[in-house]
Design a protein around this ligand. Structure first.
Ligand SMILES: C[S@@+](CC[C@H](N)C(=O)[O-])C[C@H]1O[C@@H](n2cnc3c(N)ncnc32)[C@H](O)[C@@H]1O
Length: 399
């Protein structure tokens, strides 16, 4: 069997153009599953998650190849994150900001995918810390939700799931302490508005009117050269309004997704469905209008990732996975430093030529800098003790 694989591998003898070949391969892999044509808005994303994904629970395949996310690439401990997983590092960063003092009693994770984040957040907290906390996974896709609940249990949470749409949260007003939404807002309802609708403020149907009302309410600038039609992130607007409603005073939300800061959102075609960039200057205007205190930064900045750490090209990871499948060798698609790839492949690595590496922040790798973080805080919580930190010690003020 190994000889058969080596035969395959020999065909991959790389020369100066080796880098280009991996990238082309990745492109072909992606084009082979090209997304649907045209605008798939308004109800398609919900239908996709309700119906088309119903058989995809149970393994990593869907997230390895189709809806790959940053947290998925870093679901195992990784040298790039100082030996931590994405979830562990996320929890540490939130803890540093004081988000676990006092402890949130009720955490809701929206759109948890395969549940790795719930597991890893749980692992990072001590059992006694979790005793007084509840963690609810909320997702629109039932098979994913089942995995989320079982992985949350593996992370030491009691494991409760709610099958629902994040645009209509099934929680009472002022009942939640912390909302976590990781790479899900691009899946939420987009609306395509015409120039005429925007200029007249009259929408073609209730959803369009709802979008236009938001635009007017939060005073989004329409800009000078309005195109014939534009896409508006109605779903993310509804979502942040729901987050505002359900959070307790002093409650917080961590939201991250890829997006832009100028212009109007563009579609991102994926196999089976299309996602839409989040327009962050619009969304930030909405959260401020709602009353949130917000902090906005890029995901690598938030995680404090060293931008020049070298990681294996994702195209190479897909291809190696195919070779490994042929020999029944387990191999997961994730971010690999060279040392980690060596550990994963052992002997086989020396037979592979042309595995190339990118700086983790290089747009050619995964576009990490396009992923933004919105940290939201609803005012009105208990007054916080003020302190400054110096060499690991906290100095509390007497005031
Ligand atoms: C791209 S995946 C992200 C998964 C995971 N958070 C991660 O970072 O890997 C989007 C997730 O959100 C869920 N989802 C999509 N639209 C949703 C909505 N409107 N409400 C709740 N969940 C949604 C999907 O089922 C999926 O679990």
């Amino acid at each position: 069997m190994i000889l058969r694989v080596l035969g395959h591998l020999r065909r991959f003898i790389f020369d100066r153009q080796e880098r280009l070949k991996w990238d082309l391969l990745l492109q072909q892999v992606r084009e082979g599953w090209s997304g649907n044509e045209g605008f798939e808005g308004e109800s398609h994303l919900e239908d996709f998650h309700h119906h088309e994904l119903t058989d995809s629970g149970g393994d990593d395949g869907h997230f390895d190849l189709i809806e790959t996310t940053v947290s998925h690439l870093f679901r195992e401990p990784n040298d790039t994150l100082n030996g931590l997983t994405y979830g562990q590092l996320l929890l540490r960063q939130l803890r540093k900001r004081g988000w676990f003092t006092p402890k949130p009693r009720l955490i809701v994770e929206v759109g948890g995918g395969l549940g790795y984040l719930a597991r890893e957040l749980g692992k990072e907290l001590l059992p006694f810390e979790k005793q007084s906390m509840r963690y609810i996974s909320l997702d629109i896709t039932k098979p994913f939700l089942d995995l989320q609940v079982s992985r949350a249990k593996a992370g030491g949470w009691s494991g409760i799931g709610a099958c629902a749409n994040g645009e209509r949260l099934p929680f009472k007003d002022h009942s939640v302490d912390l909302v976590i939404d990781n790479e899900n807002m691009a899946d939420m309802t987009p609306v395509k508005l015409t120039r005429q609708e925007l200029l007249e403020g009259i929408g073609d149907g209730p959803q369009h009117q709802e979008a236009l009302d938001w635009i007017r309410r939060v005073r989004l600038p329409l800009g000078q050269d309005l195109p014939e039609d534009v896409i508006f992130n109605l779903g993310p607007f509804r979502f942040v309004a729901e987050v505002w409603r359900v959070l307790k005073p002093g409650g917080r939300a961590f939201l991250t997704e890829f997006g832009i800061e100028e212009g109007w959102p563009a579609p991102v075609k994926l196999p089976g469905h299309t996602e839409y960039e989040v327009q962050y200057s619009h969304l930030r205007q909405a959260v401020r209008w709602l009353g949130f205190q917000e902090h906005y930064l890029s995901l690598p900045q938030f995680l404090a990732i060293k931008p020049d750490t070298k990681v294996l090209c994702t195209g190479a990871a897909y291809t190696i996975q195919r070779f490994c499948q042929a020999t029944n060798k387990p191999f997961t698609v994730r971010a690999y430093t060279e040392k980690e790839l060596q550990q994963a492949l052992g002997e086989m690595l020396s037979k592979l030529h042309g595995c190339h590496y990118h700086d983790v922040a290089d747009p050619a790798w995964f576009g990490l800098l396009d992923f933004k973080v919105l940290l939201l805080e609803k005012p009105g919580g208990a007054p916080k003790a003020s302190f400054s930190e110096n060499k690991g010690y906290r100095w509390y003020s007497q005031k």
